[in-house]
Design a protein around this ligand. Structure first.
Ligand code: RIB
Length: 315
């Protein structure tokens, strides 16, 4: 059972997503092709865009069901989700190595990631049908691109009238198989919006989505430059909060989780963007992905002072 506060209007949030073991290597610079570099630290963290986003949704104050697969070596991921109060009754154990990520982080906080999908690519049509049986019209489905069969999940959820939030990350050709007309929200970053739209500038890409999918709400994150929300031809910009970045891994997932929690609870767009941006900023001040996601109480306690120091720094 999903513990904690029930979401407003009884809206249920389902996240069909990945769970990864993150191996984080600290080194002086991101390794280039043909280069060999020694690292000075290795940390193992819970991660995966799916798991991170479920934890962010829960820490933002909403109930969330996480569906997917856990493989060999992934038992601690299940424990972490449970400890955070995420409902794991739709997570299945599979006979395959758990998905994992090899992450390089350099002193500026920048990262580079490669993934082994493993258990995250073991989702069956049977599991999809079984999970979706528990959800209905207006419930929210959250998806990223680290699991198999995203197009099948989108089609089946759309037929049920669920609101679908897609974070097309990491971008690859699988994304082109998804019918964007079935989506309610798209949350993506600058390289992703340019790749999907085949446009060279952000403004052209936003225009492309406005014309091609007029009902789709687009949430574009621009890292340290803020974010732009586009809905029905109108755009809202929210600046980012200034912090000292230690590790940017999981910042986008933190933003997505807080954004989803905000829409489930029918908050105003301005409030959602401000809270999600602040949560993402706080997450980069700590190491790791899931481990760096702040709780809503921390966001509320810090948002005004962080905003004031950001404004002063910009004067
Ligand atoms: O978005 C960050 C996540 O991407 C990491 O936790 C890693 O697992 C990769 O999936």
């Amino acid at each position: 059972m999903c513990d904690g506060n029930r979401n407003l209007h009884q809206v249920k949030i389902l996240n069909f997503g990945s769970c990864n073991v993150d191996y984080v290597y600290s080194l002086d610079h991101i390794v280039k092709a043909g280069e060999t570099e020694s690292t000075y630290r290795l940390n193992t963290y819970p991660g995966g865009k799916g798991l991170n986003q479920s934890i962010a949704i829960k820490r933002a104050g909403s109930c969330v069901y996480h569906a997917g697969c856990i493989g060999e070596g992934g038992a601690f991921l299940l424990d972490i989700l449970k400890r955070d109060g995420v409902d794991v009754s739709f997570l299945e154990s599979v006979d395959e190595k758990n998905g994992h990520a090899i992450i390089q982080v350099c002193p500026s906080g920048e990262n580079s990631i490669f993934l082994y999908p493993g258990s995250n690519h073991m989702i069956s049509s049977r599991q999809i049908d079984h999970v979706l049986e528990a959800f209905s019209e207006n419930d929210i489905l959250v998806l990223q691109n680290e699991i198999n069969a995203p197009e099948e999940i989108v089609e089946k959820a759309y037929r049920k009238g669920m609101r679908i939030v897609l974070n097309p990350s990491p971008y690859n050709e699988k994304i082109q198989g998804i019918d964007f007309a079935m989506l309610s929200y798209l949350i993506l970053n600058e390289p992703e919006i340019k790749q999907i739209s085949a446009c060279e500038t952000v403004s052209d890409a936003l225009l492309y989505f406005q014309k091609a999918f007029p009902r789709l709400r687009v949430m574009l994150t621009l890292g340290g430059r803020g974010c732009i929300y586009q809905s029905e031809g109108k755009q809202i910009f929210c600046p980012s909060f200034r912090v000292n970045a230690v590790d940017t891994t999981g910042a986008g997932d933190t933003f997505t989780g807080y954004f989803v929690s905000g829409i489930a609870n029918a908050q105003s767009t301005e409030q959602i963007l401000r809270t999600a941006s602040c949560a993402a900023a706080l997450s980069v001040t700590k190491e790791g992905a899931a481990t760096s996601i702040p709780y809503i109480a921390e966001v509320v306690a810090q948002i005004d002072s962080l905003e004031a120091s950001t404004e002063n720094a910009e004067k």
